[in-house]
Design a protein around this ligand. Structure first.
Ligand code: UDP
Length: 343
């Protein structure tokens, strides 16, 4: 197949730091190319891919995330280029614009929904329910979608398992990792560490809209000893933090559409303790790869963190090797493309 992959325009593929969608796009492009498909990736010029790279913007611009002037230009550049070429399929990951203007494209399009269906997203997708073929990244995400969406399939996200260091030798700290915002429950992680008198290392990007949350609920607790915040760390440091943590804490407060960080922890043999929101029960097997407690039940959460010694790191790793590999994700997408084009 000749496939055009349309990434968002703000973050390089693969990302240097934050960027779940960009990791998925990178692995999908490389995997499809390895299977012999002709893949063209529309992404920023500093991206690295086995596919052919076509770009309007030479470099990433993470400080401009959400500024529509940039995705408007990126998507219209890609559409014009796609129209001059002969693709079998366009696979859009770029947010809303690709869908909104898909009717002007002769090539069939599928779109992976990478976000949660909050009010704004649900309104958008309801308006464009049958514009393209939609792909979800968890059953829970699909269950929250507005009615009538034209689903082409489900493809759980994945990671390159072999690139995540597996270790059974854990240090004494607990880990909270991700975008620092209320949805990811950093305040619950802090409270948990304090109640258990354990060390907590937090790391992850602080985006401007969440600065108030950080200043009110996170920053006052940071003492640099028991409660540590390392900011946005390098890729190498991230893998080290996941590998050596005693447990990965995921006390989220939102309908997580997938949650790559859970499988990143599991690949390192690190148990996940999570609150049951969104995709969590589809990713973490309660009692086997971690513990899943009811939302907002912090007592149960704290108790579960105290029991992580019961979790076998080898089972965590094996679960990712069985269910969340890049090979499986690429095969899922390939099957979805074929079904969609044969419809
Ligand atoms: N990530 C990172 N640095 C950060 C924050 C996140 O490298 O400061 C990575 C994280 O390891 C994961 C991805 O970005 O691979 C985030 O994806 P996830 O599905 O966990 O959450 P999202 O932020 O997309 O809701």
């Amino acid at each position: 197949m000749r496939i055009a992959q349309l990434a968002p325009p703000w973050i390089t593929v693969p990302p240097e730091g934050y960027g779940g969608t960009e990791w998925v796009v990178q692995q999908l492009c490389d995997g499809l190319t390895a299977l012999g498909h002709e893949v063209c990736l529309y992404a920023t010029g500093d991206s690295h891919t086995a596919a052919e790279l076509r770009s309007l913007f030479p470099r990433q611009m993470p400080d401009q995330i959400g500024v529509t002037a940039f995705d408007s230009r990126h998507v219209s550049f890609a559409f014009a280029d796609i129209e001059r070429d002969a693709f079998d399929l366009v696979h859009d990951h770029s947010g809303f614009l690709g869908i909104a203007f898909s009717r002007y494209l002769a090539t069939p399009m599928v779109h992976t929904v990478h976000c949660a269906f909050d009010q704004v997203a649900a309104g958008f997708y309801a308006q464009f329910a049958d514009a393209v073929g939609y792909i979800c990244i968890s059953e829970y995400q699909r269950s929250m979608a507005p009615p009538g969406m034209r689903w082409a399939g489900i493809a759980y996200n994945a990671i390159a398992v072999e690139q995540w260091p597996y270790t059974t030798g854990k240090d004494d700290y607990l880990l909270a990792f991700g975008r620092v915002c209320e949805a990811k429950g950093f305040h619950h992680s802090i409270e948990t560490a304090k109640r258990l008198d354990r060390r907590l290392i937090m790391a992850g990007v602080l985006q401007e809209p969440y600065r108030d949350y950080f200043e009110e609920h996170v920053e006052p607790h940071i003492d640099g000893e028991q409660i540590v915040y390392e900011g946005e760390v390098s890729d190498a440091r991230k893998r080290e933090l996941f590998a050596h943590a005693g447990a990965f804490l995921f006390p989220i407060t939102w309908p997580e559409p997938f949650g790559l960080v859970m499988i990143e922890a599991m690949a390192c043999g690190t148990p996940v303790v999570a609150m049951r929101h969104g995709s969590v029960p589809e990713v973490v097997d309660d009692g086997a790869t971690g513990f899943v407690v009811e939302p907002d039940d912090l007592d149960a959460f704290v108790a579960a963190v105290g029991r992580v010694w019961q979790i076998d790191p080898a089972v965590c790793r094996r679960t990712v090797e069985e269910r969340f590999t890049v090979e499986r994700m690429v095969a899922d997408y390939e099957a979805i493309y074929r079904r969609f084009l044969a419809r």
